[in-house]
Design a binder for this molecule. Structure first.
Ligand code: SAH
Length: 257
């Protein structure tokens, strides 16, 4: 993909879950072509420094400012890469960028704007265990920064009752210490206490840890911001292995088929 030098561009790039080998070639090419790199500082830090690349790292929670900054740079003719962990469309920068475009100056719509997908945490975590998301599943962010907590619980209840496996992003932070406990308590009202729950922390990074628990055990298990939680269904299976984390899979078929 060649781009005219006179016109700027913005590419929102998914960096994958951590291991640089999980960055797509296409994402790497977008990073190599960038003149400006914008993102939350741990993600910017994952991209090697090189001559001709200006790094603009920012704090978390300023996504819209970051998006506008990227678009302004592109208008001035720069080639900008906005980076997110995992996939940029999953609770990350891509939606913030398009929100800025929708509400911003008309000229932003004419810019060359692209999204480079990445391997989202949910898929990297699931792959470690086997196929816990092998049937129907959904993904939810447990953060109530951008939506009311009542909406989070209503959605959780609907997915538990419908029999989806659920990937929970943003399960906990110092500002949101109690939400995960409530979510697991709600799960325990609807699902069997033996339902497998996976706590996958820092998947594909050097400090990775993955635990397979029952729903009953999960309610007291520690988690942090680098943790993703996969809650299985009533049909999710465990295959025990001597001295190793069990395989976990959710069968593709559902009773009646
Ligand atoms: N865009 C990212 C998600 C951003 S939300 C993606 O597609 O993966 C941030 C949340 O993602 C974290 O709180 C955590 O729940 C999860 N997460 C991101 N990277 C992770 C990793 N390597 N291992 C486990 N969970 C991760």
């Amino acid at each position: 993909m060649t781009r005219a030098n006179s016109e700027g561009s913005v590419t929102v790039v998914g960096l994958g879950p951590g291991d640089p080998r999980l960055l797509t070639e296409s994402a790497r090419a977008a990073l190599d072509a960038a003149q400006d790199l914008i993102g939350y500082h741990p993600y910017v830090a994952r991209v090697a420094e090189r001559e001709g690349l200006i790094r603009h790292s920012t704090d978390n929670r300023v996504e819209l400012d970051r998006a506008r900054h990227a678009l302004e740079l592109a208008v001035s003719g720069r080639h900008v890469a906005v980076v997110s962990g995992g996939d940029p469309g999953v609770f990350a920068m891509a939606a913030a960028l398009f929100e800025a475009v929708e509400h911003g100056p008309r000229a932003w719509r004419a810019l060359d704007i692209r999204v480079e997908p990445g391997i989202t945490a949910m898929l990297a975590a699931a792959a470690r265990l086997g196929a816990p998301l092998g049937g129907d599943f959904c993904a939810l962010s447990l953060s109530d920064n951008l939506k009311p907590w009542e909406v989070v619980t209503a959605r959780l209840e609907a997915v538990f009752r419908a029999g989806f496996a659920v990937a929970l992003y943003n399960p906990i932070s110092s500002a949101r210490p109690w939400q995960l406990g409530r979510a697991l308590a709600l799960a325990a009202e609807i699902l069997p206490a033996t339902t497998p729950v996976i706590f996958a922390r820092a998947v594909t990074r050097p400090d990775e840890s993955v635990r397979v628990l029952t729903l009953a055990e999960a309610r007291t298990a520690p988690a942090d911001m680098a943790t993703m939680i996969l809650i299985g269904t009533a049909t999710t299976r465990l295959i025990e292995r001597e001295g190793q984390v069990p395989f976990v899979y959710t069968p593709r078929s559902v009773a009646g088929r």
